[in-house]
Write a new protein. Structure first.
Length: 750
């Protein structure tokens, strides 16, 4: 909306009330003259009518006051963050610059404002707030990437945006613009709720999820809410029966504590109903009991475990549902003991045990470190997490790809593994050996061949589990492969693999390019870049890197490239003909013999055209014909003849475009020379299958196995056998024998 801001009487009263509350809460953290400068700036911006209501018609000053108060109460932010939030309407109205803010309120406030400004500019690109959703376009994915960059600049920007989104979700309940509310709710559920969870802001996370559910799935939300209200009395009575004996035991043990019951959020209940495909009545663990102990820091673990022992002596616990975040806290600093016990009436009840300090961190997450004047304490793993975000964004140019990686890194569950030296490392659930290798160092990851987990050798695909002791194994000959991107789970490993593959391809391209230039020099040919680029395109390659990669791995033959290059080069040269078009029927093959260069296979006489013998010919590398194959000849641009099988993959194109250059050909004589053929074998990856295949070839004295290349994946093997043999009869016999080997599914000539 674009109308100038007009304070209603209700908004004016609300603004004054919020301002007084905010001033009272943060007075101790304010610097001298902060309040006077802030009021003067806001008054000037309002007086010049530079403020605009947002898309939902909300007053920006009131909204800033509400956001600031929420950030103070729920997150614990203080001076720098509050001042930045209050100055944001002035910045958006053009009355204040970031440099002015730095001069009046300090660099820290200016840095937060810069992050908020970048986010505001991002949202102004579209008339309504963008929905960050997996099905969005690449442009929207790029917006998401920019949003994360703003977040990663200063952690307080993240916390302010979470508070701002919670406040916005509270205020848009009665808006008439349902489409815009849906988009805001989708973004809250998709991005802001996972962020709040990762940062340990569980209360705000639950509120975001519940409000999103309320706006996106109205009927489901109110159905569960009504059910909870209807069962509240029975639930409260059960909690009372459950905690009464615990209360007596803990008091007798001399512990200072207080207990409270916590009902699961509506969103959590809805997710459980969908996952278990059951009605509301089928969800049994609707609530949890929280025991909060008051004790000195040095006695925290002792008293928590003492409480744990008292409860598990009274009620049977479920060991599979125990979570010990006391010994090894979560990456966001969360510490607690979670146990699930079988209470009265055979109902499972979750019990959370923590101290008052742990509870404060659990409620406010990493923001519990901001206590005075907005000064940050060490955030431990969170700094590392933010660093990984920055690295992922720098190494990922695609916004949607960045979005997927970021969501993957917001996983709730974590695992803890040990290095051989006893160092403890944290990873998301699903992490593989290869992920850990890249976490240690890029070189370790690039050369990783596997690991020893608890003394047992495993592949680098092996998934890690909590408590594993992992020793990474490396080899100097190992190199990263494209398929590794499907093995690793963390964005850090993916970005490092992409970087390594890119470097490898660049080196590979240079080597292949040098090889190609050398081939041209050997033939005393000049390599023209323009013709070579056309040659690449004619051969079906859009990128030079793909072209050189195909030459490197053998899928494209150098001779094919040179032939195509010569063809294009010859087409560019002017001819001395009369430029008249002649029919192919008028073409007759010159019977003058080609230069009498001896064949590489003197025992085989190849009859071409009208029984010509002794001509200069070569066997094509694209189809590798052998004695007995139906063949034809193709006159090349340099005067020689290449022999192709009639079922050569290139044959249809040659017949269509160069039919006048095709001559009949057939084998003559009795054969006897050795020809190289390649067989592809696919089958089950059984023990001894390779030995069975090679033994068949070795038993035949007239067969020579030149090389064998086997690749195993997911229980199947795919191998290429290069064999020297004399003719197609022996080839058919060999294929028949290989197909009889147990486990072999397919044998084909390539």
């Amino acid at each position: 909306m674009t109308e100038q801001i007009l304070f209603t009487s209700a908004e004016r009263l609300l603004a004054l009330k919020l301002y007084r509350q905010l001033r009272e809460k943060i007075a101790a953290s304010l610097q001298e003259d902060d309040e006077r400068k802030l009021r003067r700036q806001l008054a000037a911006t309002i007086a010049q009518r530079r403020l605009k209501r947002d898309f939902f018609g909300l007053n920006p000053v009131v909204k800033s006051l509400q956001t600031a108060l929420l950030a103070v109460d729920e997150i614990g932010l203080r001076r720098d963050a509050v001042v930045a939030v209050m100055l944001q309407p002035c910045l958006e109205g053009g009355q204040l610059s970031v440099d002015d803010a730095a001069a009046d309120f300090g660099i820290s406030v200016a840095r937060i404002l810069r992050g908020l400004q970048r986010i505001q500019e991002l949202y102004e690109k579209t008339p309504v707030v963008e929905s960050v959703h997996p099905s969005l376009s690449g442009a929207q994915g790029e917006n998401f990437r920019n949003l994360l960059l703003s977040f990663a600049e200063d952690m307080r920007v993240i916390l302010i945006m979470i508070a701002s989104r919670v406040n916005l979700m509270r205020q848009i309940r009665d808006t008439e613009n349902d489409d815009a509310r849906q988009e805001v709710s989708q973004e809250a559920a998709y991005l802001y709720a996972p962020l709040a969870h990762k940062l340990g802001l569980y209360k705000l996370k639950s509120e975001l999820e519940d409000l999103s559910l309320k706006y996106l799935e109205h009927d489901a939300y109110y159905h569960i809410k009504e059910k909870l209200n209807a069962t509240k009395a029975a639930r409260d009575a059960y909690i009372e029966r459950f905690i009464k004996p615990i209360d007596e035991k803990l008091t007798a043990a001399g512990l200072k504590y207080h207990m409270k019951g916590r009902t699961k959020s509506i969103h959590s209940i809805w997710q459980k109903m969908k996952k278990q495909k059951c009605a509301f009545e089928g969800v049994y663990d609707l609530f949890a009991i929280r025991i909060i102990i008051s004790c000195p820091p040095e006695q925290e673990k002792q008293q928590c475990w003492k409480t744990f022992a008292i409860i598990t002596d009274m009620y049977t616990s479920n060991p599979k549902r125990m979570r010990d975040w006391l010994s090894v806290p979560k990456m966001n600093g969360y510490e607690s003991l979670h146990i699930t016990v079988l209470g009265p009436e055979q109902k499972w009840v979750e019990v959370q045990i923590r101290t008052e300090r742990m509870d404060e961190v659990a409620e406010r997450g990493v923001a519990a470190h901001w206590r005075y004047k907005g000064v940050k304490a060490d955030t431990g793993g969170m700094d590392e997490w933010l660093k990984s975000i920055r690295q992922m964004l720098e190494d990922t140019s695609n916004g949607l790809e960045a979005m997927d990686q970021f969501r993957m890194d917001l996983q709730d569950e974590e695992i803890y593994v040990f290095t051989p030296r006893g160092d403890l490392l944290k990873f998301p659930k699903g992490t593989t050996v290869l992920d850990m290798a890249y976490h240690i160092h890029s070189k370790v990851g690039n050369q990783c061949t596997g690991a020893r987990i608890n003394g047992r050798a495993v592949t680098f695909r092996q998934e890690l589990h909590s408590g594993d002791q992992v020793e990474i194994l490396t080899s100097g000959s190992q190199r990263p492969k494209q398929e590794w991107l499907t093995i690793v789970k963390t964005s850090r490993a993916k970005s490092k693999i992409r970087l390594a593959l890119k470097e490898t391809q660049q080196k590979e391209a240079l080597l292949v390019k040098e090889m190609l230039e050398r081939k041209f020099r050997n033939r005393k040919m000049a390599l023209e870049e323009s013709i070579m680029m056309r040659t690449m395109k004619k051969l079906g390659y859009k990128e030079a890197s793909d072209f050189y990669h195909a030459l490197s791995d053998g899928t494209l033959d150098v001779s094919t490239v040179i032939d195509k290059y010569l063809e294009l080069q010859q087409a560019d040269r002017p001819t001395a003909s009369d430029n008249q078009t002649h029919s192919a029927e008028e073409f007759t093959l010159d019977s003058t013999p080609f230069p009498n260069v001896s064949s590489p296979f003197p025992d085989d006489v190849l009859v071409i055209g009208k029984d010509l013998k002794g001509v200069d010919y070569q066997l094509a590398h694209c189809c590798h014909p052998i004695y007995g194959d139906p063949v034809f000849g193709f006159v090349t641009v340099n005067g020689g003849i290449k022999i192709h099988r009639t079922d050569c993959p290139n044959a249809p194109e040659m017949r269509r475009r160069f039919g006048y250059r095709i001559v009949k050909a057939k084998w003559s004589g009795k054969g006897g020379s050795q020809y190289q053929i390649t067989l592809r074998v696919i089958g089950n990856d059984d023990i001894g299958i390779v030995n069975n295949l090679t033994s068949i070839i070795s038993k035949d004295e007239k067969l020579v196995l030149r090389s064998i290349n086997i690749d195993s994946h997911d229980g199947l093997f795919r191998g290429n056998l290069v064999v020297m043999m004399s003719d197609t009869v022996r080839l058919a016999s060999l294929v028949k024998k290989l197909r009889t080997v147990k486990g072999v599914k397919q044998v084909e000539r390539i």
